[in-house]
Design a protein around this ligand. Structure first.
Ligand SMILES: Cc1ncc(COP(=O)(O)O)c(C=O)c1O
Length: 220
């Protein structure tokens, strides 16, 4: 379900609109990536930036996606599913993927970027954090750099990477390209934790699993 709002003032110019049209597009969806629930390859852009702190990166607004499309097209041409964005100022802190938030499992700790204003505060991100806490898995929201990721990958302590989003649900990441080098995550296959979260979220959505969080709303 895609809630949408557009300005409908009969006016050309730059100012906040006075009248808006709000509508919701409802439609069936299939697997978000052609890979289905299989590891995707992502590309780190060191040339472009998506959003900067103090801007509108945390809002689900078209401008953020416009700024990301060239990098996304180039990533696709190179055979990657998505772009992994670094922060726009120092270009080293891991932020999020084109349409997903992202989690890294370093040792027994799962880490995701904090909500600094330049990434979307995804509802699935929040669900993953709550689920992991409930399962007793250590989950931390903190800044971490792409160098931390590559160091952990070299040392063998980076076992899983996965994205989270309404459309993608949970999307395991099998490899990352950064500065023309490819880095495999774990054994390149879907990690145990990614699989467990994916299964659990789907079971909750389909009502196979009891919802202890109060996330399910009955409509009608
Ligand atoms: C840029 C971006 N980040 C993260 C997400 C995930 O957000 P959510 O879990 O609310 O779908 C999306 C979803 O479309 C997105 O476009």
């Amino acid at each position: 379900m895609r809630p949408t709002v557009i300005a409908v003032d009969p006016f050309l110019g730059v100012k906040p609109a006075e009248r808006y049209l709000f509508y919701i597009i409802c439609g069936p969806v299939g697997a978000y990536y052609p890979e289905g629930f299989n590891p995707i390859s992502i590309f780190i852009s060191d040339q472009y930036v998506r959003a900067v702190r103090g801007g509108i990166g945390e809002a689900k607004t078209g401008g953020n996606y416009a700024a990301s499309l060239l990098a996304q097209m180039e990533a696709k041409e190179k055979g990657f599913s998505q772009v992994l964005w670094l922060d726009a100022i120092e270009r080293k802190y891991v932020e999020e993927v084109g349409t997903m938030n992202i989690f890294f499992k370093f040792g027994d700790e799962v880490v995701t970027s904090p909500l600094t204003g330049s990434i979307l505060p995804g509802i699935t991100r929040d669900s993953v954090i709550q689920l992991l806490k409930k399962w007793g898995v250590k989950v931390v929201e903190r800044l971490f750099t792409i160098d931390d990721v590559l160091k952990a990958q070299t040392e063998g302590s980076l076992s899983e990477v996965f994205g989270s989003g309404t459309a993608a649900i949970i999307s395991p990441v099998g490899s990352i390209r950064y500065k023309d080098k490819d880095f495999q995550i774990g054994d390149g296959k879907t990690g145990q934790l990614s699989q467990k979260i994916y299964d659990h979220l789907l079971a909750l959505q389909y009502g196979y699993e009891e919802d202890t969080f109060g996330w399910i709303e009955k409509i009608g």
